[in-house]
Structures are given as structure tokens and as C-alpha cells.
Design a protein around this ligand. Structure first.
Ligand code: NAP
Length: 306
């Protein structure tokens, strides 16, 4: 494909940013990569691992001269970072983000983007439960979706960002921010909350039965513990910023759960059988759509992005 941008600045150097950096290198999508993270440890790891050419202790310094700026910090930190970099953005540059929530990020970031700079929010639906600069890998986005929220952004800038994600082998789709937040509340945010809850419940029980829960944990519970190991800062921010959609889906979830609870109490096997038959069909649909491909085995578990 060749280079899509001259200089790319990665703000935040965790799982997503490091995976972008590695993928840029792998596919030759940019001439140089600048980076910024809060801690010196993450910045030096980015140089050591080779996914940044230069790192900066200040986000404002990191974005100077960049053609593409990728905000890859927790959702709750996006606004402050945007305020810091706003005055230093190069005219004609594109600013995007990878945040798991879109309406709140747009509200926090857009006011700081100066005229003449294109702001095109995004969200790659790919990730693992691991975090930090050492957890990224170049193939994270392959055959995964990346959602762009272009709004009224310049079509040429949007086409370029689309080409960038496609260069990392992602499939790109455009979406409205409200719709994004509702879809993600169903497909990712609420399931994560349920996993956190289930692990919390088991932990209470474990105190009663010593180590039995962990010792005999079968695949189902192990999957929950893997999801529940996801980064606490990131997920705190997701729920605080996608509040309405998550509460809506949780309300629906609670209703369904109560119906199943009632079926169990009443011995209504037909209800349970019909319900599980429907959910099995949904699972088969996901597999047929190619959305359950395993990640390369780096001991990271399967891709499971928010
Ligand atoms: P991560 O691995 O925890 O990395 C976060 C990075 O942001 C770290 O490098 C951290 O710096 C930096 N950071 C945090 N606060 C900052 C601040 N105020 N100023 C500058 N840098 C700051 O997180 P991640 O998983 O890559 O997630 C990044 C974004 O991608 C989040 O918005 C998340 O919602 C989104 N996302 C995540 C996934 C996923 O599965 N993980 C999937 C799709 C989208 P230090 O290293 O110095 O602490």
C-alpha cells in the first residue's frame, strides 16, 4: 500500500497505540512515529521495542509536525490531552482517537481542535485484557472492525484515515456516535460488567469454600476471569462516560435474567431450551461472520476489545 502519512504521533503508548506503531512498521504506513505517555517507563519501552522513533515527555511536543495524531489514552483523559495539544497541531493535520466511547470523547475533544485541523473520531474493535506498551502486536487489527465517526469531516481526510486502517488490515465502517455507544453497550460494555460481577460473586464464595472455585473453574468461568482482568482505569472511564446506553442495556439484561430465573424456579424446561436455542444461533452467526478469529498466541488470550 505504501505510506499513508508522513509523521504519526501516538498519544498514550499502551496496548492500542503500541499495536498501531507495530502495524505502521510492518506495513510501512508512515515515515516516522512520535510518541508520548505519562510515564518515563512507557516512553523508554516504546523506543526499546522500536514502535516509536522519538518520544516526548509532553504531548504538545509530540504532536509538532505530525500529519496524523492518534489519541490512545483512557477515555477520561482525552479532553485534557486535547486541550494540551490543540495549539500545537499542524494546519491540515488529522486528529483521531481510539476511545471505546464516542459521544463523550467528541464532546471533550472537539472544542480543542483548531479550524483547519480535521477531527475524525474512531474506535478499533480489537483488544485483549492486557495493557501497556509491551502488550501490543502488529496483527491486532487484522480482520477486525474499525469504526470511524466522520460527521461533517473533510471527505479526503476521511478517505486517508480509512486507507490507514485498511493498511493495518482492519475493515472500516462509518457510524453515528449515538449508535456506536448503544451498539458497544450491548456487544462489549455490559458483557464486561457482567464478567466483573461474576468474578466478584465467585470471589465472595471462594472465601467460604477456600480455593475450590479457582481449582475447579471450567472454561466458562475462566473466560470471565480473563475479561475481568482488563484495565481498571479504562473500564471505569467507559462506564462513567457511556452511562445512559449501559444502564439501558443493563435494565434489559436484568429483565431477561429474571425471566430465566423464573423459568428455573418453575421448572419450565421449554422456556430454557427455546432461549438457549436462540442464543446458540446468534453464536453461529458470529462465527459465520468471521468475528471470532483467534489472536496470535502470545499468552494474551483471544482478542476481546471494547
Ligand atoms: P493502556 O494499555 O492502559 O494504555 C494507556 C496509555 O495511555 C498508557 O500509555 C498511559 O501512560 C497513557 N495515559 C493515560 N493517561 C494519560 C494522560 N493523562 N496523558 C498522557 N498519557 C496518558 O490502554 P489501551 O488499552 O491502549 O486503551 C487506550 C484507549 O483505547 C482507551 O481509550 C480505550 O478505551 C481504547 N480501546 C481499548 C481497547 C482494549 O481492548 N484495551 C480496545 C479498543 C479501544 P502510562 O503508560 O505512562 O501509564
Amino acid at each position: 500500500m505504501g505510506k499513508v502519512y508522513g509523521r504519526v504521533a501516538l498519544i498514550g503508548l499502551g496496548l492500542i497505540a503500541s499495536s498501531i506503531g507495530h502495524a505502521i512498521r510492518k506495513w510501512g504506513l508512515a515515515e516516522s512515529i512520535a510518541g508520548h505517555a505519562k510515564s518515563e517507563g512507557s516512553r523508554s519501552a516504546a523506543i526499546e521495542l522500536g514502535f516509536c522513533d522519538e518520544v516526548f515527555a509532553s504531548a504538545a511536543e509530540a504532536v509538532r509536525g505530525a500529519d496524523l495524531v492518534v489519541l490512545a489514552v483512557p477515555v477520561g483523559a482525552m479532553g485534557a490531552v486535547a486541550a494540551e495539544i490543540g495549539p500545537c497541531l499542524k494546519p491540515g493535520a488529522t486528529v483521531t482517537d481510539v476511545g471505546s466511547v464516542k459521544q463523550a470523547v467528541i464532546a471533550a475533544v472537539a472544542p480543542h481542535i483548531p479550524p483547519g485541523v480535521h477531527f475524525i473520531p474512531g474506535h478499533p474493535l480489537a483488544g485483549t485484557e492486557h495493557s501497556g506498551p509491551r502488550s501490543g502486536f502488529a496483527t491486532l487489527f487484522e480482520n477486525r472492525w474499525c469504526l470511524l465517526i466522520p460527521g461533517a469531516a473533510d471527505p479526503e481526510a476521511v478517505a486517508r484515515l480509512r486507507a490507514f486502517w485498511q493498511g493495518m488490515k482492519a475493515n472500516v465502517e462509518e457510524m453515528e456516535p449515538e449508535h456506536h455507544d448503544l451498539v458497544l453497550a450491548v456487544t462489549s460494555h455490559t458483557p464486561h460488567l457482567i464478567a466483573y460481577t461474576m468474578v466478584g460473586v465467585a470471589d465472595h464464595l471462594r472465601r467460604v469454600t477456600e480455593s475450590e472455585i479457582i481449582k475447579y473453574s471450567a472454561a466458562g468461568f475462566r473466560d470471565f476471569t480473563r475479561i475481568a482482568a482488563s484495565d481498571p482505569t479504562m473500564w471505569r472511564d467507559v462506564f462513567l462516560t457511556n452511562k445512559e446506553a449501559t444502564l439501558d442495556i443493563l435494565g434489559r439484561f436484568t429483565e431477561e435474567l429474571l425471566a430465566l430465573q423464573r423459568a428455573i424456579r418453575m421448572g419450565d424446561g421449554q422456556h430454557l431450551f427455546d432461549y438457549f436455542t436462540r442464543t446458540r444461533a446468534i453464536r453461529r452467526g458470529i462465527i459465520e461472520a468471521g468475528q471470532d478469529t483467534a489472536a496470535p498466541d502470545f499468552g494474551r488470550g483471544k482478542p476481546d476489545g471494547p
